[in-house]
Design a protein around this ligand. Structure first.
Ligand code: DC
Length: 203
């Protein structure tokens, strides 16, 4: 049972994937963490983010313990991840880790941008999670503003749109993915809709 959850940043896919995994007692991989881990190590090593060889070498060396670094959730790690994620050799270096996770006995839930197309095109259920830019910006604002009162909602929306543009080549909706638009749904309604999709689509 492989469940592929893809979609843009701040669409709600990470929260949804975590909740589905808990509900179905399946292991979960947030694949953005792999890109963030490599991005963070590039920053730590003082490497330029367009150094494709250095980034690919780090991706080849990645191990599961890199993913536990609390700094990976930072905006800096996210920006570095977006920058290095466009390197094709790096993407193929990170592919096997994700494929192995997806194919473990019993199944798994993975969330990212290309799970349903590149990592697990054979997934039993594919969900493409989306929401309007305004709502994604609002959610990000509510998440970040308690920690940083200087953040601007308009700036967050602009950042998300810039990120979508950069992620676009590797963010492809599988033709057989169910589209789940979370613009007007709260967390529980999103989970409920996803579980209905899974119940209808599972083998
Ligand atoms: O989902 P996230 O914010 O953790 O992702 C960080 C960056 O990693 C994102 O800008 C694009 C990249 N990414 C990717 O290219 N493919 C994935 N499957 C997951 C993330």
């Amino acid at each position: 049972m492989i469940i592929a959850i893809d979609g843009p940043a701040a669409s709600g896919k990470g929260t949804l994937a975590k909740r589905i995994a808990k509900h179905l007692a399946l292991p979960h991989l947030d694949t953005g963490l792999l890109y963030r881990a490599v991005g963070q190590r590039m920053l730590d090593a003082g490497e330029a983010l367009d150094n494709e060889e250095a980034a690919t070498r780090l991706a080849e060396a990645l191990t599961v313990d890199w993913l536990a670094d609390a700094r990976l959730r930072s905006a800096e790690a996210g920006k570095a991840a977006t920058a290095i994620a466009i390197i094709p050799a790096l993407r193929s270096a990170l592919r096997q880790f994700q494929v192995d996770f997806a194919r473990q006995p019993g199944g798994a839930v993975l969330d990212g941008r290309d799970i349903g197309t590149v990592i697990a095109p054979e997934a039993d259920v594919k969900i493409w999670v989306t929401a309007s830019p305004a709502v994604r910006g609002r959610r990000r604002f509510l998440e970040l503003s308690p920690r940083d009162p200087t953040v601007s909602e308009a700036q967050l929306i602009a950042d998300l749109e810039a990120r979508d543009a950069r992620d676009a080549p590797n963010m492809v909706r599988a033709p057989d993915a169910f589209v789940l638009d979370t613009t007007d749904l709260d967390r529980d309604a999103v989970l409920e809709a996803a579980l209905a999709i899974i119940a209808a689509g599972r083998p």
